[in-house]
Structures are given as C-alpha cells and as structure tokens.
Design a protein around this ligand. Structure first.
Ligand code: SF4
Length: 468
C-alpha cells in the first residue's frame, strides 16, 4: 500500500516551506479570531446570518440572475453567459478581438484561475498580465498559487528576488519594500499600455447590478481605471440579493481573509463610464460563469456554493498547514478545495475523490467559515459517494483487519501489547509494509493502548446486593 497523494506531497515539502506556511496561517487565524471576538458580541450570529443570505441566494438563482442581468443592462453593461470554462475563455477572446485588443491587465480572480484564462489567451496570441503582486510572481515563475488569498505563501523573499533578477527587474535584492517598488514600477507601465482590464467580482448585487471588488493593492482599481474596456468574470454563485447584504459580507470577508477590519480597497462598480464622468472604461462586459456550478447546486454538497473565498478554512486546517496548497492538485486548496475540486468539474470526481479523505474531521474549518459551511459534513458526504461509486482509493489503509481485531477481544489485547513496539521500532523495521508507508510521513503519537481498560477495571464497582 502506498501513502495517499497528499501524504506523498507533504513528505517532500521542504522544512522551511512547511514552517513558513504553518507560521503564516497560524498568525492570521489567531488575529482573525481576536478581531472578530473583540469587535462583535456574537460573531457566530453574524456567520449564521451571512450563511443564510448566501444559501437563500444560491437557492434562488433563477430569480436573482435574471434580475442582475436586467440591472446590469440598464446600467449600460453587456452581459454574457458561459456554461463551461471553454465558453468563458472564448467570450473573453472574442471581446478582445472585436476591439482589436492584444494586451490585458488582470486583477486576481479565482474563477480565471479555474478556467485557466491566462494560458488560453496566451495560446491565442494575447498577453494577459497578472497585476496582483503574488499572482504576478506566480506568472513569471510559471508556478501555481498555493493559497486562495496568498498565492505565494510557499515562497520566500530570496526566491522572489532571484526571480526578479532573472526577469530583468533589477539586481538581486530581497528587501520586501524594494521588491514591491520594482513590481509597482513594472506594472504601472503595463496598465497604461493595456487595452482591456479584467477583474472578478467578490459579490454582485441583484438589486442594483453593482459589483463589489476588494483588493489590498489597488490593482483592480488600476486595471479598470486605465483601460477602456472592463471585463468582469463572475461565478454565478457570487450573487447576493440586495446591496445591504454587502455590509455583512464585506465585514466578514476582510476579517476572515486577512484579519483586517476591511480590505484596503473596496470598489463598487455598476456599469461603464457615464458620459459625464472624466475617466473609466467605455465598455463593461459581465460574463457569468457556470462551469459545473449548476450541477453542484443540484447535488448533496450545494452549501459549498456559499463560499466567499476568504481562505480562513485553509489557515486553520491542520492538514493544509502541514501539506501546503499544491498538495491539493487544484486551484482550490485546503478544506474548501477538498469539497469543491472533486465536484466542480464532473470529470474531477474520480481523480480527486481522495481529497475529501485529506481531513481529520476536526471541525475547525466549519467553526471559522464566515458563511457557516458545514465542511466536515460535506466531506463525509463525498466519502460516502466515493464508496457508493466504488471509486478506488489508493493509499487508504484497509479497514478489514482493524474490524477483525476490534471484534475479537483476545486478538485486540494481543495487538495492544504489540502496538507498543511501534513506538520503539524504527520505521524500516516495522514488519508490515502498509504501516511502514503510513508512518513514513507521520509521527506516531506515544502509544497509550490499554490504559483505558485498566482505568475502567479499577473503577468497576461491585454489583449492589440483591434485594431481599
Ligand atoms: S469555505 Fe468558508 S472559510 Fe473556506 S474559503 Fe470558503 S468561505 Fe472561507
């Protein structure tokens, strides 16, 4: 038996990367908790309310999507619908070609990662430049993001300085302020030369057609302000019914994602530039992307569509902290990815059906989720589905021997005694290959087998005398 894919990856993670992922996620999680509990008398009520708003929205998409489309059109935007990743990419390409555009600046959007837009545009002769600092570094390194909010959580500043030197952005200098200044200088020119700006939408209000965009670097603002055509890629689940819902969700998003009261730049955009306004894009195109979401909505894990991509569940997850993001083999890592990745694309289920098992089911992800998604329940539902569909699960320890032991008291007692040996034997001498593989990437906790039995025996009281 081999270890599961995520274990194999975790075993190869350099100690330095593991330490920095652990420290960074832990610090953000602790700050988030302090902030929420210091500032709100009952943050859990807020999470419940936010979850109800999102659940209501996704269950009534047939009402809110047409309403949003009508508002957007009334505001002067053009609306497009994309059932698949290919259709979404094709819409973007067509819009660019119709304008004779060849250069795009893009802000960070998870849905564009999901549909692999930048690669698609590159294959068709278009330049799509990432303007979020982390995504920019990922792009020049031909790497993949490893966190929803902090795509380069797995990189250190020395690696980044080396990449900048290689790309001609200045001699090696790993001072973070210098790195940031160089990136800013490089990107400023690109904004001014670009034909099209592409952003996502953190939320889209059906009531007003207003999109809410949050960044900490102001790059979405630049992408929109400096170009004449604004394309918005938005998953259909990003709809909220009313503008007032944004107040609750934005309050939770900043605190949950980066432990900030509010993200530094929060933009509300309702349509293209009004003739009376001095600048801004002349055209605005909103592309609603389904790409498997309707199927998720019809399935047993529809609650995952409430997700607002804050990354809080990654920060608190003991598996993510050990394995980091690339171990999940998807643009969506961590607990949210363990549910979303096997579901979002139908063909992903058999290949990624191991991800729901990459969880200790400790429940921490549910406790921090700002929209109260019961992630452990969803993981269990996916595990059950994998079993029903007989999806092979390489690396999963066989349970039959355990069941046999657990049902034979004498064999169980013997196994408890033998189990102590595992604490003292080096991994390579453990006589069972399956256990060797299992312990190669784990530390066994000190064996305490048998103590409960002793405790219970010592506690057993004599039966009361029979009544006369
Ligand atoms: S599942 Fe919840 S905690 Fe995780 S990214 Fe989505 S909203 Fe945030």
């Amino acid at each position: 038996m081999s270890a599961q894919a995520i274990d194999r990856f975790a075993a190869t993670l350099p100690a330095e990367t593991r330490a920095s992922v652990y420290q960074s996620t832990k610090t953000t999680h602790e700050k988030r908790t302090r902030l929420l509990f210091d500032q709100f008398p009952d943050p859990d009520r807020l999470r419940t309310l936010a979850g109800e708003i999102k659940q209501h929205a996704i269950e009534n998409l047939d009402t809110y999507l047409p309403q949003a489309e009508a508002r957007l059109r009334a505001n002067g935007a053009q609306v497009h619908w994309a059932g698949t990743a290919e259709a979404a990419c094709a819409h973007v390409l067509r819009i660019m070609r119709e304008r004779g555009a060849t250069k795009m600046v893009k802000a960070k959007t998870m849905v564009s990662e999901e549909i692999e837009l930048a690669d698609y545009l590159g294959r068709h002769g278009m330049e799509a430049l990432e303007t979020d600092l982390g995504e920019f570094i990922i792009q020049i390194d031909h790497d993949h993001p490893s966190h929803i909010v902090r795509p380069i959580i797995h990189k250190n500043r020395r690696e980044i300085a080396t990449s900048f030197e290689r790309e001609g952005l200045g001699a090696y200098n790993d001072d973070p302020a210098t790195i940031t200044r160089r990136a800013r200088h490089h990107l400023r020119h690109k904004y001014l030369a670009a034909d099209v700006g592409l952003t996502g939408a953190n939320f889209l209000s059906a009531e007003s057609g207003r999109i809410a965009l949050v960044t900490n670097e102001g790059n979405s603002r630049f992408s929109v302000a400096a170009t004449r055509c604004h394309i918005v890629l938005v998953g259909i689940e990003k709809i909220v019914p009313r503008d007032r819902d944004l107040g609750i969700l934005l309050n939770l998003l900043g605190r949950s994602a980066t432990a900030q009261d509010l993200t530094v730049y929060t933009e509300f955009i309702s349509g293209p530039r009004d003739p009376a306004q001095p600048d801004g894009p002349e055209e605005m195109h909103v592309i609603f992307v389904d790409n498997g979401r309707t199927e998720v909505l019809a399935g047993e894990c529809r609650e995952i569509l409430r997700c607002i991509r804050c990354g809080a569940c990654l920060n608190v997850c003991p598996i993510y902290r050990q394995a980091s993001g690339h171990a999940y083999r998807s643009v969506y890592p961590g607990p949210v990815g363990a549910v979303l990745s096997p579901l979002l694309l139908k063909e992903n289920f058999p290949q990624k059906a191991d991800l729901p098992k990459a969880s200790s089911l400790c429940g921490a992800c549910h406790e921090v989720c700002p929209v109260n998604i019961p992630i452990p329940d969803l993981l269990l539902r996916l595990r059950a589905r994998a079993k029903e569909e007989n999806v092979p699960s390489p690396g999963t320890p066989p349970m039959a021997p355990w069941a046999l032991l657990a049902s034979q008291p004498t064999a169980w007692r013997a196994a408890l005694v033998a189990g102590r040996a595992l604490n003292v034997l080096p991994t390579r001498l453990i006589p069972v290959p399956a256990l060797q593989a299992w312990t190669a990437s784990r530390e066994l906790p000190a064996w305490r087998g048998g103590e409960f039995r002793r405790w219970l025996k010592a506690r057993r009281r004599p039966a009361p005398p029979a009544a006369r």
